[in-house]
Design a protein. Structure first.
Length: 377
């Protein structure tokens, strides 16, 4: 952890000894009495010091800002970032639960070439691979179902322009849903319908994903989407995680995403864990109403998924934790600090897609590998 006057930076660094160095940083404001513009300025100062210090030589490939009030905050942030962002920029209203107005997750890499593609995706290139990031995709169709359909159809065309396919190359999505208790059903139907046309079924596979409450500055935007795809990855490098002792297939209750995915490169394994809650292998909410027990079961589920990829929490690079009720923050924060004191984490107010779930988390893990015959990352 890097403590500064008004901020703290939680940093994970993976160094593959001569290959691409990856870093995940969670940057937090430590003084909630600062104005919003002062908090943004403090974050940017902390980020600049990081890039001239521990992250020297790296470039940002994704920035995600978590805001407390997007309608009043997003325009200012966009104006600040658009001058020199140079990466996929995700902005979502998911208030930080530490009482501040803004927090930042940034994903950094070394030894890569970057550019914005004509279709709007952000390309990160190294060796045999092109990593394609999409951020804050949106439209203003009449319902959440139609917005989701358009998002995925447009994204499918963006991938096609790059010689990629949704089923073959997309590894991760995030759907941020305004009023998730009302609009998530439309997201599910829109996604199911598009996936059925793209050879994404319960007989093939789906895509790791998080569907969670999150608001755009424009109230007409009910759904925004972030995405991650890789060009150059082969089918045999991609594996799906099921943890059947603890979790069921999402298709059993009408939803279409994978619990997790891992990708093997020559020098490392990436593990992408979807938004995971306190659920059992019958698709039921476990420990309704009990935040402590739900947190423990959620950890157990994630730990089981990681184990299927031959990983543990020691390999995790960052945590994003979503809570439905601000009153649960103190308990949950204490539990995480006791078990994961060194992991970069952010805690957000963002109701999960089913009201009975009080908490959800997602994460990414990175593990050193020596896979002969597969190009390194």
């Amino acid at each position: 952890m890097i403590m500064q006057e008004k901020t703290k930076i939680e940093l994970f660094k993976f160094d593959a000894a001569g290959g691409v160095v990856e870093m995940h940083a969670m940057i937090h404001v430590t003084d909630p009495t600062l104005t919003y513009t002062e908090q943004v300025g403090a974050l940017h100062e902390a980020y600049a010091r990081l890039m001239h210090g521990e992250a020297r030589g790296a470039v940002a490939v994704l920035k995600r800002y978590f805001l407390s009030d997007a309608a009043n905050q997003a325009d200012y942030l966009m104006a600040q970032e658009m001058e020199a962002c140079g990466c996929a920029l995700s902005i979502v209203e998911q208030p930080p639960l530490d009482g501040t107005k803004v927090a930042l997750w940034v994903y950094l890499m070394t030894e890569v070439e970057t550019r914005v593609l004509p279709g709007g995706l952000y390309e990160v290139k190294h060796g045999a691979y092109r990593h394609l990031w999409g951020a804050t995709a949106l439209n203003r169709a009449a319902t959440s179902e139609y917005q989701t359909r358009l998002l995925l159809n447009d994204y499918t065309m963006q991938l096609a322009e790059q010689g990629c396919r949704l089923a073959d190359n997309c590894l991760r999505t995030w759907f941020f849903v305004q009023n998730v208790d009302v609009n998530y059903a439309g997201v599910v139907k829109g996604r199911n319908d598009v996936f059925a046309t793209q050879e994404l079924t319960d007989k093939t596979h789906f895509i790791a994903s998080t569907g969670i409450a999150g608001r755009h500055a424009d109230s007409k935007v009910m759904v925004t989407m972030d995405s991650y795809a890789v060009d150059g990855v082969k089918p045999e490098q991609i594996h799906y995680l099921y943890a059947p002792t603890h979790l069921n297939r999402t298709s059993e209750y009408g939803v279409s995403f994978e619990r997790g995915t891992y990708i093997d490169y020559g020098d490392r394994r990436h593990v992408l864990i979807s938004g995971t809650a306190s659920i059992n292998n019958r698709g039921e909410v476990v420990h309704p109403g009990d935040i402590r027990k739900q947190t423990l079961r959620m950890w157990e589920n994630v730990e089981t998924l990681l184990a299927e990829a031959d990983c543990t929490f020691d390999d995790v690079a960052h945590l994003i934790v979503y809570l439905r009720d601000t009153a649960d923050y103190a308990v949950v924060r204490r539990m995480f600090e006791e078990r994961f004191p060194q992991l970069p984490a952010v805690f957000l107010l963002a109701p999960v897609c089913r009201p009975g779930w009080l908490i959800e988390m997602e994460c990414m893990a990175v593990k050193r590998m020596d896979n002969k015959g597969i190009p390194a990352l």
